[in-house]
Design a protein. Structure first.
Length: 242
């Protein structure tokens, strides 16, 4: 069973949960993915279409008819009766409301940032004659021993444009007609950014709504136990006949 799909970030909005609470949601555009490769327990998904293709992508063109814009190799769960073949489509129908997912994307690039913006440093004192210490990083090392700066020291540098995975997100709505997913909360990346959405289970404490047939039976059963009501018009007809 395939639990992963590729998509692009659309925009952010708000929606109402099953309990009636207004929650922030991110709209993810998930066009049908094409299976363009299979090897052992791994399959390769392709999303979108490139304007130009390379000779090395001829194998993908034979399967999908075009060169995909995004390509990702994922693991396939073999514990299923449904077989997948080359050229099959993977749609948003693999998700349901209440599913827990993790989303991987590339964060927005911020360029070269100082220690205050990049790591949240407090900076130096603002008064007592301090004219240029407001956003300074401060000391970066120790004394003669060890006599060097340790690797990984938090300093100024390039910020953003890095891979980030957010876990524990909830599917609020699945729109198969428009190929849209509404995911509760924020997702890394800019608008139209590439995303990998993977199902990890069900949200803890989620209770799916009953099927329409059961609700109809419950309403009909409750109404059948009570005595039938007689309207005023029916009473007048009975009196006239008598």
């Amino acid at each position: 069973m395939i639990k992963t799909i590729l998509g692009t970030k659309s925009d952010m909005s708000s929606a109402y949960s099953k309990l009636g609470y207004q929650v922030p949601v991110t709209t993810v555009m998930v066009e049908p993915n094409t299976i363009i490769g299979m090897h052992a327990d791994r399959i390769t998904l392709g999303l979108g279409k490139k304007k130009k293709s390379r000779k090395t992508e001829n194998a993908f063109i034979k399967v999908a008819g075009h060169s995909p814009r995004f390509i990702k190799e994922i693991k396939e769960n073999q514990q299923t009766d449904k077989k997948v073949n080359l050229g099959d489509k993977v749609t948003v129908s693999i998700f349901e409301v209440g599913d827990e997912v993790k989303v991987t994307g590339t964060t927005k690039g911020k360029g070269f940032a100082g220690s205050v913006k990049r790591w949240g440093f407090a900076g130096g004192p603002k008064t007592h004659g301090q004219s240029d210490r407001h956003r300074a990083p401060g000391s970066i090392g120790m004394g003669t021993t060890p006599g060097r700066v340790f690797k990984g020291k938090k300093m100024a540098g390039h910020m953003g444009n890095a891979k980030l995975t957010v876990t524990g997100l909830e599917i609020i709505e699945v729109n198969e007609g428009k190929n849209l997913l509404l995911v509760k909360g924020a997702i890394p990346g800019p608008k139209n950014g590439f995303l990998i959405i993977e199902k990890t289970g069900k949200v803890k404490g989620y209770t799916p709504p009953p099927p329409p047939s059961e609700t109809k039976q419950q309403t009909s059963g409750s109404s059948g136990s009570s005595e039938p009501t007689v309207t005023s018009n029916e009473k007048e007809k009975e009196n006239a006949e008598s």
